[in-house]
Design a protein around this ligand. Sequence first.
Ligand SMILES: [Zn+2]
Length: 101
Amino acid sequence: MVGFFDYKLIIQYNMGAYDRFCQSCGMPMEKDPGFGGTNNDGTKTHKYCSLCFENGSFKDSFTVSDEMVDLVKGKLKEMGYSSLKRWFFTSHIHGLERWKA
Ligand SMILES: [Zn+2]
């Protein structure tokens, strides 16, 4: 997971480039080392990143966006981000496709 949460490109999200972000964790897709998750038939999906989605299912067992927010905030804290930035970089997660239901 090291190097995973480089959120500099999150600015693009706030400029309207929603589809360029993993719809589960909010990571910029171009930062995904696996270039997208995999469907159960082995094809790539660009909706979710390789760290969230593999072989057609999510790697975590989260059911609500708050769980993902906590995970991401923890990672950002490890990387030395301030509490304001931690809030800023996770505030969009609630609106991502996986969590809209
Ligand atoms: Zn993800």
